[in-house]
Design a protein around this ligand. Structure first.
Ligand code: PGA
Length: 252
């Protein structure tokens, strides 16, 4: 099964609106004409409008870093799917490990956000991954299984192909420690197997990104693995040149 590579930049809490415009404008010519990779940038909420405007007419799509499950109401500080859609957002990251670690995100809240994204026609990027202690304790598969089972409750066989899973070993995020391509592939293959047990052959269509210190110099070997279909990129997505090089190497 050939799956289209998807590389998404998770800008986290970086880049104000003016900086978002500059970064997208710098990226556009560097990735112009690439049509065998979905290229996504995920700015903070306040920079989304600027990024969408700068990306208009290009092959760069814009995603958000979170959404709330309700459409409107008394949820101070939250943003709904329809608000994101109004701005022209296409993708949304759900359950990033930083949200799980610092903002009380659980598999249950991930699942509610995912339902809202799918109902609104936003393309979800659902993040899963184990902590260092869990990997060292031999619990990686158990942790991922629970995250997949809890996070994907209620997702239909028709919907699953449109869900992107980002596997991000938490110990590799922002640390410079990447999982080796073999180690990452072994885990991605496990995730695929688990998805197939939950959703049948439609799970072959699910794109599974690797995330955690992916850079221009390791994107090629990671994405060359049979079950690694792209990347969710933090640090290396904040500069147009490094992000473009990472993308080109991944699809070379
Ligand atoms: P990193 O972040 O590429 O800086 O390790 C990845 C992520 O947190 O999505």
């Amino acid at each position: 099964m050939t799956r289209k590579v998807i590389i998404a930049g998770n800008w986290k809490m970086n880049k104000n609106a003016a900086e978002a415009t500059s970064l997208v404008n710098a990226l556009k010519p560097l990735v112009a004409g690439i049509d065998n990779c979905d290229i996504v940038v995920c700015p903070p909420f306040t920079s989304i409008d600027a990024a969408v405007k700068a990306a208009a007419g290009s092959n760069i799509k814009v995603g958000a870093q979170n959404l709330h499950w309700e459409d409107s109401g008394a949820f101070t500080g939250e943003i709904s799917a329809s608000m994101l859609k109004e701005l022209g957002v296409e993708y949304v990251i759900i359950g990033h490990s930083e949200r799980r670690q610092y903002f009380g995100e659980t598999d249950e809240t991930v699942n509610r956000r995912l339902g809202a994204a799918l109902d609104a026609g936003l393309k979800p990027i659902v993040c899963i991954g184990e902590l260092l202690a869990e990997r060292e304790g031999g619990e990686t598969e158990k942790v991922l299984e629970a995250q997949l089972e809890g996070g994907l409750v209620g997702v239909s066989i028709e919907q699953i192909a449109g869900v992107v899973i980002a596997y991000e070993p938490v110990w590799a995020i922002g640390t410079g420690k990447t999982a080796t391509p073999e180690m990452a592939e072994e885990t991605h293959a496990y995730i695929r197997k688990k998805l197939i047990s939950m959703f049948g052959y439609q799970a072959e269509k699910v794109r599974i990104q690797y995330g955690g210190s992916m850079k221009a110099d390791n994107s090629a070997t990671l994405v060359a693995q049979p079950n690694i279909d792209g990347g969710l990129i933090g640090g290396a997505s904040l500069k147009a040149e490094s992000f473009a090089e990472l993308i080109k190497n991944a699809i070379a």
